[in-house]
Design a protein around this ligand. Structure first.
Ligand SMILES: *[C@@H]1O[C@H](CO)[C@@H](O)[C@H](O)[C@H]1NC(C)=O
Ligand SMILES: *[C@@H]1O[C@H](CO)[C@@H](O)[C@H](O)[C@H]1NC(C)=O
Length: 391
């Protein structure tokens, strides 16, 4: 190999919901039913889904898990005697294929915003609520919710998604067991991370540009004015060296903007296939290996690293609140710590918004984070090697 082995930073810096590959659209809660009949079919689909989910719950959550599930989630209610038996189960599961959801959610230039959601992050007052809240209180970000598609990775995340958002898509893998959690860096976790790359490749092949964002990234300003015009693949960084084309930047796969074209599709295929070259690594580590591969030049892919001044995180906060677009709860270990620091971040942002313009300009406020996410707290609270619930 002609390149040096990049320094491997601890893997706890980045955890995001895993993704699987065999996508099945069960439903999307479209706000604009084209006709009463479509609307009825929608309800029917939802009812059937509810029946299926309820059944799975009875089967899967007989023990303590069930009470937890029942208390954490509010189910949609349906009139009794509703005809649950559908003549057409296929129409139910494919009522809204991915392509239809993407076309409804896309901006005029066929760009969508994608995030993935699993059960742990879907619970009320957990990550997804903070994520959506950031769009609502950000500057020019609320309108972007119309272009956000939440990719649910399990049934509970899907049900919760439909209660809080317009565009939900259920991505299930065959034979997956909903009770089973994916533990960080286990083979199952790695497999799901890689399936996400494969899924995103398929979105590109359908002709959609996307911003992929982890849900533990707060959107405080519209990032689109900050994207480079000519780049195929732009990605946020844990550490930014100061130069947008310097391959020594430390990209973080939790946030990227990818334009759909032959180069980006080739690149995603290459990235995906590189897991065989680097077995045992997750997609972000492999990206760090392949970012300097000659193949990238051969296909002409233009890769850009985004400045942490605009696209910051707990690894390297975006110091000036006048500049920040997004803030990622990266470099964070443990779900409680993450939620804690995300909430502080939202408080800081709200405080900033209350300042008069003259004080905003003086940049007198800076983030009070990281707190519980800091590496110091990691040393006292546990080791990154410990298996934790994927967060
Ligand atoms: C990819 O390249 C082919 C020709 O090589 C072209 O016909 C096609 O439109 C290109 N697709 C995209 C998405 O740019
Ligand atoms: C955050 O850290 C403080 C101080 O170490 C601790 O008392 C508190 O319990 C932590 N909170 C969470 C949610 O982890």
């Amino acid at each position: 190999m002609s390149f040096s082995h990049p320094r491997t930073l601890p893997s706890y810096r980045r955890r995001s919901p895993p993704t699987s590959n065999l996508y099945t659209a069960i439903n999307s809660s479209s706000m604009s039913p084209e006709s009463t009949s479509l609307h009825f079919r929608h309800i029917l689909a939802a009812a059937l889904l509810f029946a299926v989910v309820s059944l799975s719950c009875l089967l899967l959550f007989r023990d303590n898990d069930y009470s937890h599930f029942a208390s954490s989630y509010s189910f949609p209610r349906f009139p009794t005697g509703f005809p649950f038996a559908s003549d057409d189960p296929v129409a139910t599961s494919n009522e809204y294929p991915l392509e239809k959801i993407l076309s409804e959610a896309a901006m005029e230039d066929k760009t969508v915003i994608l995030t993935t959601l699993n059960e742990a992050w879907a619970a009320p007052n957990s990550v997804i609520d903070l994520f959506l809240e950031s769009f609502r209180i950000g500057v020019h970000t609320r309108k972007l919710l119309n272009h956000l598609v939440i990719i649910a990775l399990d049934q509970k995340a899907f049900i919760r998604c439909q209660a809080i958002h317009t565009y939900c898509f259920l991505l299930v893998s065959e034979g997956s067991d909903f009770r089973e959690e994916a533990y960080f860096m286990t083979p199952r976790y790695l497999k799901m991370m890689w399936r996400r790359i494969d899924f995103l490749r398929s979105v590109l092949e359908m002709g959609y540009n996307f911003v992929f964002t982890d849900a533990d990234i707060m959107w405080f300003r519209d990032p689109f004015p900050r994207f480079h015009h000519s780049a195929d693949f732009q990605i946020a960084c844990d550490h930014f060296t100061g130069s947008f084309d310097d391959v020594h930047n430390r990209p973080n796969g939790g946030f990227n903007f990818v334009r759909s074209n032959n180069r980006s599709i080739e690149f995603y295929k290459f990235w995906y296939s590189s897991q065989e070259t680097y077995p045992g690594y997750h997609d972000q580590d492999v990206l760090n290996f392949i970012k300097i591969d000659p193949f990238i030049n051969d296909i002409g892919l233009k890769m850009i690293f985004l400045d942490t001044a605009n696209f910051g995180g707990l690894c390297e906060p975006s110091r000036d609140l006048n500049q920040v677009c997004t803030m990622h709860a990266n470099c964070c270990y443990g779900m409680d710590s993450k939620l804690h620091d995300l909430r502080i971040m939202l408080q800081d942002w709200r405080h900033y918004l209350t300042l008069p313009p003259s004080l905003k300009r003086l940049s007198i406020i800076s983030w009070r984070v990281p707190q519980n996410c800091s590496l110091d707290s990691l040393k006292t609270n546990g080791s990154p090697e410990k298996s934790v619930e994927e967060d």
